[in-house]
Structures are given as structure tokens and as C-alpha cells.
Ligand binder design. Structure first.
Ligand SMILES: Cc1ncc(COP(=O)(O)O)c(C=O)c1O
Length: 411
């Protein structure tokens, strides 16, 4: 029997801790806990009737093909539907620019494998999506982060970091951003910054990874062009786009797609060959049906109205529960599923998490969203999953919990 398995693990995996949020979620099984922790879309927005209908048709018409291996790059029907879907967002792609993935997380993993060697640098916002950090961490890169601002990434801060790295003979492999309603802060990058980020990418030859799971979930204000489309207006070739059906349709099918220049897609296809091979045809067919038969525009509008109401309820209760003198601040997103709360510096939200469970409320401690040097007095709040009544109650519980901690900080 092999005694010391760990000594046999690869160098990359020995130091790899996985998704730390997952361990916290194990503590949330008590049904009385109102969890604002996950990033779950509301089942109220699931197209259940349409799903049953499409499923019946797919199994009826295509059972043998559904049960078979299928193309690695993706099903033609889905690729066609994606081309059309993106065209409405002013993105012009053909099949050679797309690869279907088995979720947004898979898309991130593929790109991490494509670009990163141990010790490479990746530029990220502080904070940024924890799942991206976890996906890239597999290759042991060094994360270089810059504090995000109210109007998105601090592009000048990125420039300063790039210049400092260049003096050291190093260059970041890519810049990872979530420009629309970022997970975890809900912040949206302004048009000015999107253009500035592209300028930076062009100047230094550093690709931008634009992750867009929430782009259609805009509740206020005007849509801002994607970085991908802005790049295309100027010739293209600097941006890789990451998409998922998880939030807009449903996460259960685990389907997403990456878009990029053809050479990049070719190489990602090679990686997928040795990785999951193909994404299940059934799941792809369901997503194709979603895009072509389920009145996506109506669905988007419904989701916007539904989530906007929840956000309004939650923000209103936050105003009531957290008077200014408590020193708690939060973002007011124009869309997406999250907001970001900063508590007084003496509170470590990882410790607060365990208090909060006793108050039957949960959030994600902010430290997991930092590639380095975390700000531990922060947390991510999800407002899409819980009911409006639960959101109101959760904000009240959170306020009591924080008030108590401020009274007796050493407990
Ligand atoms: C910014 C971002 N990228 C990617 C993903 C991954 O999505 P999926 O559920 O399809 O793996 C998420 C999910 O929360 C996300 O917030």
C-alpha cells in the first residue's frame, strides 16, 4: 500500500487548496439559515415548461445522437445560435472563433492551461471572481492585483504594475476582468475605462480576458459595449470572451463558450480533447433551444424586472439597518447578482461568518476574492436567490450580528 500519497502529487497540485468557499458552504445545511452566500440564479426564473418541452423533442428526435460522442468544439446548432446571439451585442464571430465549454468555470480552466506556466503573472482586480483565482491557481501563477474603483478596473494602476514588471524582465500573460456587474462587487466598468484597458492591451501586447456571465442582467442605465466589440471596431485580436449559460438559462446543464481569434480557439480545442473531450450533446441542444425557441429577449426582460425588485428591497433594508455611524458601506450595483459590503476594519469577516451562522444568516467572507493580500473586512452578498422577505430578514440579522461584534470585538 502506498503510504505517502502526497509526495507523489504534482508540484502544481501539492500546493493547491481548491475552492475554499465550498468548505464554508458545507456549514450552511441548517434550513433556517438564510444564505446570501451562493451565486445562484433564482429557480423562479427557470424556464421549466419550455425546458420540458425542448427536452421531449430532443430525446424524441435525436436520441441516438444524444447518447453518442460528439464534436469537441461544439454542436453546429448551438454554434449557429451563439453567432446570432452575439451579433445582437455587436460581436461578429464565425464558428472558428467559438468553442463550447462545459461551463464558465471550464472556460476559465482552459484559458489558464493555455497561457500559464508556474511563476507567470496575471493581472486582476482586487477583489475579483474567486472561481477564476481557483481555476488559474492550478498552474501556480503569481497574481498581481490592483484595487477596483467605482467605475471598474484601475487601468492606470495596471499600467504601473506592468511597467514595474517590465523592469524585472517580466510581462503579465493576461489581464482578467469581469466588466459587467462584477462578481463579487457588482461594479461595472465605464466605457472610458474599457477603451483605456484596450489601449493598454494594444500598447503592451497583453491579452484581455473578458468574463461576461451577467452582461444581460442590467437593471438600471444603458448597456455599455463589451470590450470584445470595442476591440473588433479597431481590428480585433486582443480579447478572449468567456460566457456561460449558467445565470441566464440555468447552471445545471453546465454549458458555456469562449470566443477568441481562430488560432486561440484551435489550441483550446486541443486542450479540451485531453480534458473533457466533448460537452454533452443533450445539454448543448437544450442551450441551442434556449437561444432559438424560448424567446430569450422576453426572458431577459423578465429576469431584469424580477432581480431589480429584489435588489431594491435589499438596498432599502440595508439603508434602514445600517445607519452611517456603524461604518458599514456597500456597493449599489446597476445589475448582476451581488453587492459588496465593507465593515469596520476591526472586524474580520471570516470570523464574523461563524457568528453570522448563529444568527442564521450567511455571506461569503471577502478574503477569497483576492489573489494576494486580502482585505478581510469585506463580504460578498448575493440577492438573487432568497425571497424578498428573506432578504429583508437577512439584512436585519446581519446588522444585529455586526452590531454585536462591534460591541465585543474580541469574542
Ligand atoms: C465571473 C464569473 N465567471 C464564471 C463563472 C462560472 O460560471 P459557471 O457556473 O458556468 O461555471 C461565474 C459563476 O459564478 C462567475 O461569476
Amino acid at each position: 500500500m502506498i503510504q505517502n500519497w502526497e509526495s507523489r502529487f504534482s508540484e502544481n497540485i501539492k500546493v493547491y487548496g481548491g475552492y475554499s468557499i465550498g468548505k464554508l458552504f458545507d456549514l450552511l445545511k441548517d434550513p433556517e439559515i438564510i444564505s446570501l452566500a451562493g451565486g445562484l440564479p433564482s429557480p423562479d426564473m427557470f424556464l421549466k415548461h419550455e425546458m420540458r418541452l425542448a427536452s421531449g423533442q430532443i430525446l424524441e428526435n435525436n436520441l441516438e445522437k444524444v447518447m453518442q460522442y460528439t464534436a469537441i468544439k461544439g454542436e453546429k446548432a448551438l454554434l449557429d445560435a451563439i453567432v446570432e446571439f452575439l451579433a445582437k451585442d455587436n460581436i461578429r464571430v464565425t464558428h472558428e472563433n467559438i468553442i463550447v465549454t462545459s461551463s464558465g468555470q471550464h472556460g476559465l480552466d482552459l484559458v489558464g492551461r493555455l497561457f500559464l506556466d508556474p511563476g507567470d503573472t496575471v493581472l486582476i482586480d482586487r477583489p475579483t471572481f474567486a472561481g477564476a483565482i481557483v481555476a488559474f491557481q492550478m498552474q501556480r501563477p503569481e497574481f498581481v492585483g490592483v484595487d477596483i474603483e467605482k467605475d471598474g478596473s484601475n487601468v492606470e494602476g495596471f499600467r504601473t504594475k506592468i511597467e514595474a514588471l517590465e523592469k524585472d524582465g517580466r510581462k503579465p500573460k493576461f489581464i482578467y476582468v469581469v466588466p459587467d456587474f462584477q462578481n463579487p462587487t457588482g461594479i461595472t466598468m465605464s466605457l472610458k475605462k474599457r477603451i483605456a484597458l484596450l489601449d493598454l492591451s494594444r500598447e503592451y501586447g497583453i491579452p484581455i480576458l473578458e468574463d461576461s456571465p451577467y452582461r444581460d442582467f442590467r437593471y438600471y442605465g444603458e448597456t455599455i459595449p463589451s470590450i470584445y466589440s470595442l476591440d473588433q471596431e479597431r481590428g480585433g485580436g486582443h480579447v478572449i470572451g468567456l460566457y456561460t449559460f449558467s445565470k441566464l438559462f440555468c447552471p445545471g446543464l453546465r454549458v458555456g463558450f469562449n470566443i477568441a481569434p481562430a488560432d486561440v480557439i484551435k489550441k483550446i480545442t486541443n486542450i479540451k480533447e485531453g480534458n473533457v473531450l466533448n460537452t454533452p450533446k443533450y445539454n448543448q441542444d437544450m442551450c441551442a433551444a434556449f437561444l432559438t425557441e424560448m424567446k430569450v429577449e422576453n426572458h431577459i426582460e423578465k429576469c431584469r424586472n424580477y432581480y431589480r425588485e429584489k435588489l431594491e428591497v435589499f438596498l432599502k433594508t440595508m439603508e434602514e439597518c445600517f445607519p452611517e455611524e456603524m461604518g458599514v458601506t456597500w456597493t449599489r450595483p446597476e445589475g448582476g447578482l451581488f453587492l459588496w459590503v465593507t465593515v469596520p476594519e476591526e472586524i474580520n469577516t471570516h470570523e464574523l461568518f461563524y457568528d453570522a451562522i448563529k444568527y442564521k444568516v450567511a455571506f461569503v467572507p471577502g478574503d477569497v476574492f483576492f489573489g494576494e493580500n486580502p482585505k478581510v473586512n469585506t463580504m460578498r452578498i448575493n440577492f438573487s436567490f432568497s425571497s424578498k422577505e428573506q432578504l429583508t430578514e437577512a439584512a436585519k440579522r446581519l446588522a444585529s450580528c455586526i452590531r454585536n461584534r462591534l460591541k465585543s470585538p474580541s469574542e
